[in-house]
Ligand binder design. Sequence first.
Ligand SMILES: [Zn+2]
Length: 395
Amino acid sequence: MLNATAGKTLPTTIIGSLPRPSWYTENLGSRSFLDAMVDIAFREQYEDALAVYLRDQEIAGLDIVTDGDCRFDHDVGGQSWTRYPPQHMDGFEKGSPKLAPTGAGGIRFPRGHILHDYLEARVMPKVIGPIGPGELQYAEIWKAAQRLTSRPVKFGTVTPELVAVALQDDYYPDVPSRIMALSEALNEELHRVADAGCPAIQMEEPQIHMLAGAARNMANPALNAEFMLDVFNNTVKGLTAKTEVWCHTCWGNPSAQRMFAQKQSYLPGLELLNQTDVDVITFETRSSGTDELKAIGETITNKKIAIGVIDHHTLQVESPEEVAETARAALEHIPAERLILCSDCGMGREGMSRRHAFYKIVSLVLGANIVRRELGLPEASCIAADASLSLIPSA
Ligand SMILES: [Zn+2]
Protein backbone atom coordinates (compact mmCIF):
# COMPACT_ATOMS: atom_id res chain seq x y z
CA MET A 1 0.00 0.00 0.00
CA LEU A 2 1.14 3.52 -0.61
CA ASN A 3 2.60 5.05 2.51
CA ALA A 4 5.78 7.18 2.11
CA THR A 5 4.62 8.50 -1.28
CA ALA A 6 0.86 8.52 -0.56
CA GLY A 7 -0.71 11.75 -1.77
CA LYS A 8 2.63 13.07 -3.10
CA THR A 9 2.88 14.02 -6.77
CA LEU A 10 6.38 13.84 -8.25
CA PRO A 11 8.22 13.14 -4.97
CA THR A 12 12.01 12.88 -4.85
CA THR A 13 14.35 10.41 -3.18
CA ILE A 14 17.63 8.55 -3.62
CA ILE A 15 18.15 4.80 -3.76
CA GLY A 16 20.14 4.26 -0.58
CA SER A 17 23.86 4.42 0.04
CA LEU A 18 25.80 7.66 0.49
CA PRO A 19 29.57 8.24 0.61
CA ARG A 20 30.96 7.78 4.12
CA PRO A 21 32.38 10.80 5.95
CA SER A 22 36.19 10.47 6.24
CA TRP A 23 35.92 10.66 10.04
CA TYR A 24 33.52 7.68 10.18
CA THR A 25 36.26 5.14 10.84
CA GLU A 26 34.37 2.64 13.00
CA ASN A 27 33.13 -0.56 11.34
CA LEU A 28 30.31 -2.82 12.45
CA GLY A 29 31.92 -6.02 11.12
CA SER A 30 30.23 -9.16 12.39
CA ARG A 31 29.01 -7.54 15.64
CA SER A 32 25.27 -7.21 16.02
CA PHE A 33 23.99 -3.66 15.61
CA LEU A 34 22.66 -3.50 19.18
CA ASP A 35 25.93 -4.89 20.56
CA ALA A 36 28.01 -2.36 18.60
CA MET A 37 25.78 0.49 19.79
CA VAL A 38 26.97 -0.26 23.34
CA ASP A 39 30.45 0.81 22.23
CA ILE A 40 30.64 4.59 22.78
CA ALA A 41 33.04 5.20 19.89
CA PHE A 42 30.86 3.25 17.45
CA ARG A 43 27.59 4.74 18.70
CA GLU A 44 28.86 8.31 18.48
CA GLN A 45 30.27 7.91 14.97
CA TYR A 46 27.25 5.95 13.74
CA GLU A 47 24.72 8.47 15.03
CA ASP A 48 26.77 11.44 13.83
CA ALA A 49 27.12 9.89 10.37
CA LEU A 50 23.39 9.17 10.30
CA ALA A 51 22.70 12.77 11.28
CA VAL A 52 24.76 14.21 8.43
CA TYR A 53 23.32 11.77 5.88
CA LEU A 54 19.81 12.79 6.88
CA ARG A 55 20.59 16.51 7.22
CA ASP A 56 22.19 16.64 3.76
CA GLN A 57 19.04 15.14 2.26
CA GLU A 58 16.81 17.52 4.22
CA ILE A 59 18.60 20.73 3.25
CA ALA A 60 18.64 19.56 -0.37
CA GLY A 61 14.88 19.07 -0.06
CA LEU A 62 14.25 15.35 -0.71
CA ASP A 63 10.76 14.16 0.21
CA ILE A 64 11.78 10.61 1.19
CA VAL A 65 15.19 10.03 2.76
CA THR A 66 17.44 7.03 3.53
CA ASP A 67 19.95 6.21 6.25
CA GLY A 68 22.74 6.24 3.64
CA ASP A 69 23.30 2.52 4.37
CA CYS A 70 25.08 3.68 7.51
CA ARG A 71 25.47 0.10 8.79
CA PHE A 72 27.91 -0.86 6.05
CA ASP A 73 31.65 -1.07 6.63
CA HIS A 74 34.34 0.89 4.82
CA ASP A 75 35.16 -1.96 2.46
CA VAL A 76 35.97 -2.85 -1.14
CA GLY A 77 33.11 -2.02 -3.49
CA GLY A 78 30.61 -1.74 -0.63
CA GLN A 79 30.63 -5.50 -0.26
CA SER A 80 28.82 -5.13 3.11
CA TRP A 81 25.63 -4.71 1.11
CA THR A 82 25.81 -8.46 0.35
CA ARG A 83 27.87 -9.57 3.33
CA TYR A 84 25.77 -8.00 6.09
CA PRO A 85 23.01 -10.67 6.01
CA PRO A 86 25.23 -13.78 6.27
CA GLN A 87 27.34 -12.09 8.94
CA HIS A 88 24.25 -11.52 11.08
CA MET A 89 21.77 -14.31 10.32
CA ASP A 90 21.37 -17.72 11.95
CA GLY A 91 22.64 -20.81 10.15
CA PHE A 92 26.13 -19.49 9.40
CA GLU A 93 29.50 -20.53 10.73
CA LYS A 94 31.08 -18.05 13.14
CA GLY A 95 34.50 -17.08 11.87
CA SER A 96 36.43 -18.75 9.02
CA PRO A 97 34.65 -16.84 6.22
CA LYS A 98 35.12 -18.32 2.75
CA LEU A 99 35.76 -16.67 -0.60
CA ALA A 100 33.06 -17.27 -3.23
CA PRO A 101 34.38 -19.54 -6.01
CA THR A 102 35.10 -18.35 -9.55
CA GLY A 103 31.97 -17.56 -11.51
CA ALA A 104 29.64 -17.78 -8.49
CA GLY A 105 26.43 -16.01 -9.43
CA GLY A 106 27.51 -15.88 -13.06
CA ILE A 107 29.80 -12.89 -12.67
CA ARG A 108 33.44 -12.96 -13.75
CA PHE A 109 35.95 -10.16 -14.06
CA PRO A 110 39.55 -10.93 -15.05
CA ARG A 111 42.43 -9.98 -12.82
CA GLY A 112 43.37 -6.42 -13.82
CA HIS A 113 39.69 -5.32 -13.82
CA ILE A 114 38.63 -3.15 -10.87
CA LEU A 115 35.72 -5.48 -10.10
CA HIS A 116 38.09 -8.42 -9.70
CA ASP A 117 38.87 -6.83 -6.32
CA TYR A 118 35.12 -6.81 -5.63
CA LEU A 119 34.98 -10.55 -6.38
CA GLU A 120 37.94 -11.10 -4.04
CA ALA A 121 35.92 -9.27 -1.37
CA ARG A 122 33.06 -11.79 -1.57
CA VAL A 123 34.26 -13.37 1.66
CA MET A 124 31.24 -14.77 3.48
CA PRO A 125 30.64 -17.20 6.35
CA LYS A 126 29.64 -20.70 5.29
CA VAL A 127 26.09 -22.05 5.70
CA ILE A 128 26.12 -24.84 8.29
CA GLY A 129 22.48 -25.06 9.41
CA PRO A 130 18.96 -23.77 8.82
CA ILE A 131 18.99 -20.07 7.93
CA GLY A 132 16.98 -17.71 10.13
CA PRO A 133 16.80 -13.92 10.70
CA GLY A 134 19.19 -14.15 13.67
CA GLU A 135 20.56 -10.72 14.50
CA LEU A 136 19.68 -8.85 11.31
CA GLN A 137 18.06 -6.19 13.51
CA TYR A 138 16.69 -4.31 10.50
CA ALA A 139 13.85 -2.81 12.55
CA GLU A 140 16.28 -1.37 15.09
CA ILE A 141 18.50 0.02 12.31
CA TRP A 142 15.50 1.70 10.66
CA LYS A 143 14.31 3.17 13.99
CA ALA A 144 17.77 4.59 14.74
CA ALA A 145 17.43 6.67 11.55
CA GLN A 146 13.73 7.52 11.70
CA ARG A 147 14.05 9.01 15.19
CA LEU A 148 16.43 11.65 13.79
CA THR A 149 14.09 13.05 11.14
CA SER A 150 10.44 13.84 10.55
CA ARG A 151 10.73 12.88 6.86
CA PRO A 152 9.90 9.28 5.92
CA VAL A 153 12.98 7.02 5.97
CA LYS A 154 12.98 4.31 3.31
CA PHE A 155 14.77 1.12 4.44
CA GLY A 156 16.61 -0.96 1.86
CA THR A 157 18.07 -4.45 1.76
CA VAL A 158 19.80 -6.72 -0.73
CA THR A 159 17.62 -9.51 -2.17
CA PRO A 160 18.24 -13.16 -1.14
CA GLU A 161 19.49 -14.51 -4.47
CA LEU A 162 22.50 -12.18 -4.57
CA VAL A 163 23.57 -13.34 -1.13
CA ALA A 164 22.86 -17.00 -1.81
CA VAL A 165 24.97 -17.34 -4.94
CA ALA A 166 28.10 -16.05 -3.19
CA LEU A 167 27.93 -18.54 -0.31
CA GLN A 168 29.65 -21.83 0.39
CA ASP A 169 27.15 -24.26 1.88
CA ASP A 170 27.35 -27.48 3.90
CA TYR A 171 23.62 -27.63 4.62
CA TYR A 172 21.24 -26.99 1.70
CA PRO A 173 21.21 -29.51 -1.17
CA ASP A 174 21.09 -26.92 -3.98
CA VAL A 175 21.13 -23.20 -4.76
CA PRO A 176 17.35 -22.74 -5.20
CA SER A 177 16.60 -24.18 -1.75
CA ARG A 178 19.30 -21.95 -0.23
CA ILE A 179 17.76 -18.91 -1.96
CA MET A 180 14.28 -19.77 -0.68
CA ALA A 181 15.56 -20.26 2.88
CA LEU A 182 17.14 -16.80 2.79
CA SER A 183 13.93 -15.43 1.26
CA GLU A 184 11.81 -16.85 4.11
CA ALA A 185 14.15 -15.45 6.76
CA LEU A 186 14.29 -12.01 5.16
CA ASN A 187 10.49 -11.96 4.88
CA GLU A 188 10.23 -12.65 8.60
CA GLU A 189 12.63 -9.81 9.41
CA LEU A 190 10.97 -7.36 7.01
CA HIS A 191 7.65 -7.93 8.75
CA ARG A 192 9.37 -6.72 11.92
CA VAL A 193 10.43 -3.60 10.01
CA ALA A 194 6.92 -2.99 8.68
CA ASP A 195 5.38 -3.64 12.10
CA ALA A 196 7.78 -1.09 13.61
CA GLY A 197 6.20 1.55 11.35
CA CYS A 198 8.67 1.83 8.47
CA PRO A 199 6.95 3.87 5.71
CA ALA A 200 8.83 2.25 2.77
CA ILE A 201 10.81 -0.98 2.36
CA GLN A 202 13.04 -1.30 -0.69
CA MET A 203 14.18 -4.63 -2.12
CA GLU A 204 17.43 -4.03 -3.93
CA GLU A 205 18.42 -5.66 -7.17
CA PRO A 206 16.30 -8.76 -7.74
CA GLN A 207 17.82 -10.75 -10.60
CA ILE A 208 14.59 -10.65 -12.65
CA HIS A 209 15.74 -8.03 -15.17
CA MET A 210 19.29 -9.37 -15.18
CA LEU A 211 18.24 -12.92 -16.13
CA ALA A 212 15.24 -12.17 -18.37
CA GLY A 213 17.45 -11.15 -21.27
CA ALA A 214 20.36 -13.46 -20.50
CA ALA A 215 21.16 -16.84 -22.01
CA ARG A 216 19.72 -19.69 -19.94
CA ASN A 217 22.08 -20.93 -17.22
CA MET A 218 22.83 -24.41 -18.54
CA ALA A 219 24.65 -25.44 -15.35
CA ASN A 220 21.63 -24.54 -13.23
CA PRO A 221 18.55 -24.01 -15.42
CA ALA A 222 16.34 -23.53 -12.37
CA LEU A 223 18.00 -20.16 -11.81
CA ASN A 224 15.92 -18.21 -14.32
CA ALA A 225 13.93 -14.98 -14.32
CA GLU A 226 10.62 -16.74 -13.59
CA PHE A 227 12.10 -18.38 -10.49
CA MET A 228 13.51 -15.00 -9.39
CA LEU A 229 10.01 -13.51 -9.63
CA ASP A 230 8.73 -16.30 -7.33
CA VAL A 231 11.61 -15.61 -4.94
CA PHE A 232 10.89 -11.89 -4.96
CA ASN A 233 7.19 -12.27 -4.24
CA ASN A 234 7.97 -14.77 -1.49
CA THR A 235 10.42 -12.35 0.14
CA VAL A 236 7.83 -9.54 0.20
CA LYS A 237 4.75 -11.67 0.89
CA GLY A 238 2.28 -9.88 3.16
CA LEU A 239 4.30 -6.66 3.26
CA THR A 240 2.18 -4.52 0.92
CA ALA A 241 -0.74 -5.00 3.32
CA LYS A 242 1.33 -3.19 5.95
CA THR A 243 3.49 -0.62 4.18
CA GLU A 244 4.86 0.67 0.88
CA VAL A 245 7.19 -1.76 -0.88
CA TRP A 246 9.72 -0.82 -3.54
CA CYS A 247 11.62 -2.93 -6.07
CA HIS A 248 14.93 -1.32 -7.07
CA THR A 249 16.61 -2.26 -10.33
CA CYS A 250 19.81 -1.01 -11.95
CA TRP A 251 22.74 -2.35 -13.95
CA GLY A 252 25.53 -2.16 -11.39
CA ASN A 253 26.85 -0.24 -8.45
CA PRO A 254 30.02 -1.57 -6.71
CA SER A 255 32.87 0.94 -6.89
CA ALA A 256 30.53 3.03 -9.11
CA GLN A 257 30.96 0.50 -11.94
CA ARG A 258 28.54 -0.91 -14.47
CA MET A 259 28.46 -4.71 -14.28
CA PHE A 260 28.23 -5.08 -18.08
CA ALA A 261 30.40 -3.76 -20.90
CA GLN A 262 27.41 -3.53 -23.27
CA LYS A 263 24.22 -1.53 -22.76
CA GLN A 264 21.56 -3.71 -21.14
CA SER A 265 17.81 -3.65 -21.83
CA TYR A 266 14.89 -3.79 -19.43
CA LEU A 267 12.52 -4.87 -22.21
CA PRO A 268 12.75 -8.69 -21.80
CA GLY A 269 12.05 -8.37 -18.06
CA LEU A 270 9.30 -5.76 -17.94
CA GLU A 271 6.33 -8.17 -17.96
CA LEU A 272 7.84 -10.12 -15.06
CA LEU A 273 8.73 -6.95 -13.15
CA ASN A 274 5.10 -5.88 -13.48
CA GLN A 275 4.14 -9.07 -11.63
CA THR A 276 6.18 -8.16 -8.53
CA ASP A 277 4.00 -7.56 -5.49
CA VAL A 278 5.18 -3.99 -4.90
CA ASP A 279 3.95 -0.40 -4.94
CA VAL A 280 6.96 1.15 -6.68
CA ILE A 281 9.57 -0.06 -9.20
CA THR A 282 12.73 1.96 -9.87
CA PHE A 283 14.56 2.06 -13.22
CA GLU A 284 18.06 3.25 -14.09
CA THR A 285 17.25 5.79 -16.81
CA ARG A 286 19.83 8.57 -16.43
CA SER A 287 22.88 6.40 -17.03
CA SER A 288 21.33 3.96 -19.52
CA GLY A 289 19.12 6.45 -21.36
CA THR A 290 15.45 7.27 -21.71
CA ASP A 291 14.67 5.21 -24.83
CA GLU A 292 12.83 2.49 -22.88
CA LEU A 293 10.53 4.87 -20.98
CA LYS A 294 7.67 4.29 -23.43
CA ALA A 295 7.78 0.53 -22.88
CA ILE A 296 8.19 1.01 -19.14
CA GLY A 297 5.16 3.31 -19.02
CA GLU A 298 3.07 0.89 -21.10
CA THR A 299 4.05 -2.30 -19.28
CA ILE A 300 4.32 -1.28 -15.64
CA THR A 301 0.69 -0.76 -14.65
CA ASN A 302 -0.94 -0.02 -11.31
CA LYS A 303 2.37 0.76 -9.65
CA LYS A 304 4.35 3.93 -9.18
CA ILE A 305 7.50 4.24 -11.29
CA ALA A 306 10.66 5.84 -9.97
CA ILE A 307 13.04 6.91 -12.70
CA GLY A 308 16.72 7.67 -12.26
CA VAL A 309 17.53 11.30 -13.10
CA ILE A 310 20.97 11.26 -11.44
CA ASP A 311 23.83 8.96 -12.49
CA HIS A 312 25.68 7.24 -9.65
CA HIS A 313 28.65 6.30 -11.90
CA THR A 314 29.87 9.78 -12.85
CA LEU A 315 31.39 12.76 -11.06
CA GLN A 316 29.83 15.32 -13.41
CA VAL A 317 26.89 16.79 -11.50
CA GLU A 318 23.77 16.85 -13.64
CA SER A 319 22.28 20.31 -14.06
CA PRO A 320 18.75 20.95 -12.80
CA GLU A 321 17.73 21.47 -16.44
CA GLU A 322 19.09 18.02 -17.38
CA VAL A 323 17.11 16.51 -14.50
CA ALA A 324 14.00 18.33 -15.71
CA GLU A 325 14.56 17.06 -19.27
CA THR A 326 14.66 13.44 -18.09
CA ALA A 327 11.54 14.01 -15.98
CA ARG A 328 9.71 15.57 -18.93
CA ALA A 329 10.66 12.58 -21.11
CA ALA A 330 9.15 10.29 -18.47
CA LEU A 331 5.99 12.38 -18.19
CA GLU A 332 5.27 11.67 -21.87
CA HIS A 333 4.65 8.04 -20.89
CA ILE A 334 3.96 8.02 -17.12
CA PRO A 335 1.35 10.23 -15.44
CA ALA A 336 2.72 12.64 -12.80
CA GLU A 337 0.68 10.95 -10.06
CA ARG A 338 2.61 7.72 -10.68
CA LEU A 339 6.07 9.25 -11.23
CA ILE A 340 8.87 9.50 -8.66
CA LEU A 341 12.27 11.08 -9.34
CA CYS A 342 15.35 9.43 -7.82
CA SER A 343 18.98 8.57 -8.40
CA ASP A 344 19.82 5.62 -10.66
CA CYS A 345 21.31 3.80 -7.66
CA GLY A 346 23.14 4.49 -4.40
CA MET A 347 26.09 6.88 -4.47
CA GLY A 348 28.15 5.27 -1.70
CA ARG A 349 29.80 1.83 -1.90
CA GLU A 350 33.21 3.22 -2.86
CA GLY A 351 31.70 5.75 -5.22
CA MET A 352 31.98 9.51 -5.42
CA SER A 353 32.87 12.09 -2.74
CA ARG A 354 30.33 13.40 -0.25
CA ARG A 355 30.20 16.79 -2.01
CA HIS A 356 29.55 15.22 -5.41
CA ALA A 357 26.68 13.21 -3.96
CA PHE A 358 25.30 16.22 -2.11
CA TYR A 359 25.22 18.47 -5.17
CA LYS A 360 23.70 15.70 -7.27
CA ILE A 361 20.87 15.50 -4.73
CA VAL A 362 20.50 19.30 -4.81
CA SER A 363 20.24 19.18 -8.62
CA LEU A 364 17.68 16.39 -8.35
CA VAL A 365 15.45 18.61 -6.20
CA LEU A 366 16.03 21.80 -8.24
CA GLY A 367 15.24 19.88 -11.44
CA ALA A 368 12.10 18.45 -9.86
CA ASN A 369 11.11 21.99 -8.87
CA ILE A 370 11.41 23.16 -12.49
CA VAL A 371 8.93 20.49 -13.58
CA ARG A 372 6.70 21.08 -10.56
CA ARG A 373 6.49 24.77 -11.55
CA GLU A 374 5.51 23.79 -15.07
CA LEU A 375 2.77 21.51 -13.71
CA GLY A 376 1.54 24.03 -11.12
CA LEU A 377 2.65 21.78 -8.23
CA PRO A 378 4.14 23.05 -4.97
CA GLU A 379 7.94 23.24 -4.96
CA ALA A 380 10.25 21.75 -2.33
CA SER A 381 12.29 24.02 -0.10
CA CYS A 382 15.98 23.69 -1.01
CA ILE A 383 17.98 25.56 1.63
CA ALA A 384 21.16 24.45 -0.13
CA ALA A 385 20.31 26.69 -3.10
CA ASP A 386 19.09 29.76 -1.15
CA ALA A 387 21.07 32.61 -2.74
CA SER A 388 20.54 34.90 0.26
CA LEU A 389 22.69 32.52 2.35
CA SER A 390 25.74 32.62 0.07
CA LEU A 391 28.91 33.70 1.87
CA ILE A 392 30.12 35.63 -1.17
CA PRO A 393 29.50 39.36 -0.76
CA SER A 394 27.46 41.08 -3.47
CA ALA A 395 29.52 43.27 -5.80
ZN1 LIG B 1 21.22 -0.32 -7.80
